[in-house]
Design a protein around this ligand. Structure first.
Ligand code: G
Ligand code: G
Ligand code: NA
Ligand code: MN
Length: 254
């Protein structure tokens, strides 16, 4: 359909770019890294990823799109390092169909080498629903190989999908990303606060770190700090930044 054709052209014409949203250590406010988010500079302004990512997944365009975002992000991290800036860990969203590609772990390894980055500088974000895919065995093997390279794995939108907690034993997950719908309820909704506490307890017991998404208020940040949440991301701390702005952000940060 129309969006799919337009997206195919956008990829060819270089209308897709990335935005980098900074992540911070909640304990001391130090910069920790960035999440890369796909951005489509559409004729009629910006098309939000919530609209085109699902289309990309349905049409298979998520494979070239995901590859582009991955390479663009590593190139940017490499560029920032060459300027003696410290991008920290860059997180890239990866879809199930990418993980099913025959040589996806090798492709990432090749890119890391090309851009002179250590594997620890990259984090792969997957959603819980990736673990429910028909090819979950294949995907599990791919994640295992990626993890063995030394790349970190984060489980995105944690608590909102349909995966069972037993996946946490089977899949090498380093980090849980606390979904913003729960963070949003801090100070407002007792149920959300219980969920936030429970996820933080679970993560601490399993030795995994937690990134809180969608932090928009001081009260949310204080609540998360008191519970020992490791990393925060959200509009209170910074919106997603165009690469040039991410460079400026890091210059002010040193
Ligand atoms: O930027 P925004 O909050 O609108 O993103 C909406 C959703 O799109 C998020 O869940 C995010 O994880 C997803 N997304 C953004 N960029 C990418 C990408 O490059 N690949 C994949 N698979 N998902 C992405
Ligand atoms: O989990 P996912 O990768 O879908 O989330 C990233 C999305 O969340 C991005 O599209 C980003 O623009 C959006 N986002 C980042 N910080 C905030 C925030 O503080 N509040 C809200 N509502 N959205 C945010
Ligand atoms: Na994400
Ligand atoms: Mn998320």
């Amino acid at each position: 359909e129309a969006v799919a054709d337009a997206l195919r052209l956008a990829l060819e014409n270089g209308e897709i770019d990335i935005a980098l949203q900074p992540q911070f250590k909640i304990a001391d406010g130090a910069h920790a890294g960035f999440e890369a988010l796909a951005r489509w500079r559409h004729r009629e302004g910006e098309m939000p990823p919530g609209q085109f990512i699902p289309v990309a997944e349905e049409t298979g365009l998520i494979i070239p799109l995901g590859q582009y975002v991955l390479e663009r992000t590593l190139a940017e991290a490499s560029r920032l390092k060459k300027l003696s800036l410290t991008p920290g860990i860059v997180a890239v969203n990866v879809a199930a169909s990418q993980l099913k590609l025959d040589n996806f772990p090798e492709t990432i390894e090749t890119l890391l080498r090309r851009y002179g980055l250590p594997p620890e500088a990259l984090e792969i974000e997957i959603t819980e629903n990736v673990l429910l895919d028909r090819s979950s065995r294949r995907i599990g093997q791919s994640l295992q190989a990626i993890h063995e390279i030394g790349i970190q794995i984060a489980l995105d939108d944690f608590g909102t999908g349909h995966a069972s907690l037993s996946h946490l034993k089977r899949i090498p997950v380093d980090r849980l990303k606390l979904d913003r719908s729960f963070v949003c309820g801090i100070g407002i909704n007792a149920g959300d606060e219980v969920i936030v506490r429970t996820i933080l307890n679970l993560a601490q017991s399993l030795g995994k770190s937690v990134v809180a998404e969608g932090v928009e208020t001081r009260d949310q940040l204080n609540f998360l700090r008191n519970l020992g949440c490791d990393i925060g991301q959200g509009y209170l701390l910074s919106v997603p930044l165009a690469p040039q702005k991410a460079e400026r952000f890091l210059r002010k940060n040193v």
